[in-house]
Design a protein around this ligand. Structure first.
Ligand code: G6Q
Length: 547
């Protein structure tokens, strides 16, 4: 039944899109002086402006109807209530419990998980303070100066992105590093110049079986053992995992192992003990501000009416752009250099969550799902791929992120940064007609003939959709808010598409395949006859090149 209602709501939106494409967004602004006023949401020091999207008031009403048809609110309630909404793995989805400050219990299969969350958070805080305050010593009795997190995917992208984003809040004498790739260059380049006696490794892996992480962990262990002796290993390692036995086998003592739970997905795990590198970098108090930022968005997501609800709007607009207007990718451009890893983080969050082709019951999806997410910080992107955003044949909706105030940066630089962010959104929306292009060129002294010749090249279609998230300042609380907004945006999309946003069988496949080929690559005489011709051919050439 619900699917029929969703299909009907999407059909209505498709019919309505004809009216939208008949008018430019600039015309919509000219016709409605209240457009910005009605098409933004201000949540205290965070503003979401979506007035430059290709929509009108009727679109919004129909998107609201779509959300109701898909019962996004009911599904939202099921997630927060700890229902087993990750149906293929039969798990609850409760990253929100990790940042729950309501004082209310959160039940998983009838059991309140808040006491264990709080206990584990307190252990992480105590350990982080020991590292920060120099009480945790290496085997030679020296305090740690360098913390190296070894993890990949959800056990890397979040902590790495957030530690960079919040670097002004970290002490200068404690450096953070992140090693993820199985490519030995990653750990090799990271360790070059580090002092083993002052280096702490955190092995972050939910399963503690991931090939890349286990390989890097073994290399790190050998590096410590070679420099300080085998007995030193225990003093230079800590771990974050749900697999405590496997960690013990690696040789890390139980008081240095921090747990989390199977109801925390890897890409949603930054809020858990996986945040340990971030807690060490910014301290437990700041980390709590980060959690509280996420909690504020949870409250907003649960309580605000659909059309005043930022993640609801972000998700609905994304579905509009993806399914109705047919835009296959979305760019996220932080005008905030410290958010340089945010697009990569969102790539995992959105593409791993919503890159799915079947619905919850296994039937094929009826609509295209997750868009391709990409981006780089502004203003750098302007000097590279923005050409395609302005004049390419593909329209790419953009999210601009920009802070009102800099964190430890020069005010003049920041004014220029903000001006660039706003100017790009304006240009994408307004465009430039051939007549305007000709007028500008003639004013600059070009002949009428030359201006006419160049006009097609200097014309911009306009009406290219963007939204802007304008926030006071990139501090821990705001970073928590931004991440939670996108988490819930992904949830809304998944709820409408009726897919499981919380499994990742495609990632599991990669893990399986690499393990199968690893021995064949390593042994020069291993049999390749059972492989497909291309893979066998590649291995043959590899062997020739190596010999
Ligand atoms: C995240 C994914 C994936 C995972 C990594 C690392 O949602 O499941 O990115 O985080 O594959 O897995 P481990 O933490 O188990 O090493």
């Amino acid at each position: 039944m619900a699917e029929t209602a969703v299909t009907a709501a999407l059909s209505a939106l498709r019919a309505h899109s004809g009216e939208i494409s008949a008018r430019s967004v600039a015309e919509e602004f000219a016709a409605d002086p209240q457009r910005f006023a009605t098409m933004h949401v201000a949540l205290d020091d965070l503003l979401f402006d979506y007035s430059k999207q290709r929509i009108d008031a009727a679109t919004l009403a129909q998107l609201e109807a779509l959300a109701k048809a898909a019962d996004v609110e009911g599904k939202r309630a099921a997630m927060f209530a700890g229902k087993l909404i990750n149906s293929t793995e039969k798990r609850a989805v409760l990253h929100t419990a990790l940042r729950n400050f309501s004082g209310e219990p959160v039940l998983v299969e009838g059991r309140d998980v808040m006491p264990e969350i709080e206990a584990e958070r307190a252990r992480v805080a105590a350990f982080a303070n020991d590292v920060r305050e120099g009480r945790l010593r290496g085997a030679l009795g020296q305090p740690m100066t360098d913390v190296v997190n070894i993890g990949i995917g959800g056990s890397d992208l979040g902590p790495a992105m957030a530690t960079k984003a919040l670097s002004p809040f970290a002490p200068a004498n404690l450096r953070s590093h992140f090693v993820s790739n199985v490519d030995g260059a990653d750990i090799g380049d990271t360790l070059r110049g580090l002092d083993p006696a002052r280096t702490l490794f955190i092995i972050s892996s939910k399963t503690f079986t991931t090939q890349e992480t286990m390989t890097n962990a073994a290399s790190a262990r050998a590096w410590i053992a070679a420099a300080l002796g085998e007995a030193a290993v225990g003093d230079h390692f800590a771990a974050v995992s749900t697999q405590l036995e496997k960690v013990a086998q690696f040789g890390i003592a139980a008081d240095r192992v921090f747990g989390f739970w199977d109801w925390v997905g890897g890409r949603y795990s930054l809020w858990s003990s996986i945040g340990l590198p971030l807690v060490i970098a910014i301290g437990p108090e700041r980390f709590e501000e980060f959690l509280r930022g996420g909690y504020e968005i949870d409250q907003h997501f649960r309580e605000a009416p659909i059309l005043q609800n930022i993640p609801m709007l972000m998700g609905l607009l994304s579905v509009w752009n993806r399914n109705i207007l047919g835009h296959a990718s979305q760019a996220v451009i932080p005008y905030d250099q410290r958010l340089s890893r945010f697009p990569a983080y969102l790539q995992q969050l959105q593409m791993e969550s919503n890159g799915k082709s079947v619905q919850l019951d296994g039937a094929p999806v009826k609509e295209s799902t997750g868009a391709v997410i990409w981006g780089e910080p502004g203003t750098n992107g302007q000097h590279a791929f923005f050409q395609l955003l302005h004049q390419g044949t593909e329209v790419v909706p953009v999210d601009f992120l920009v802070a009102a105030q800099p964190t430890n940066a020069d005010a003049h630089h920041h004014d220029l940064l903000v001006a660039n962010a706003f100017a790009q959104g304006e240009a994408l929306m307004r465009g430039r007609s051939p007549g305007e292009a000709i007028a500008i060129m003639e004013k600059q002294g070009q002949s009428a003939e030359e201006a006419a010749r160049l006009a097609p090249h200097k014309t911009f279609s306009g009406s290219r959709p963007s939204s802007t998230l304008l926030y006071s300042k990139l501090d821990p609380r705001m970073l928590g808010r931004l991440i939670a907004l996108y988490e819930h945006k992904v949830f809304v999309e998944g709820a409408i598409w009726n897919i499981n946003s919380f499994d990742q069988w495609g990632v599991e496949l990669g893990k399986e395949l690499a393990s199968r080929l690893a021995p064949i690559v390593a042994q020069a005489d291993a049999d390749t006859s059972k492989l497909d011709a291309s893979t066998a051919g590649l291995i043959g050439h590899l062997r020739n090149l190596r010999s």
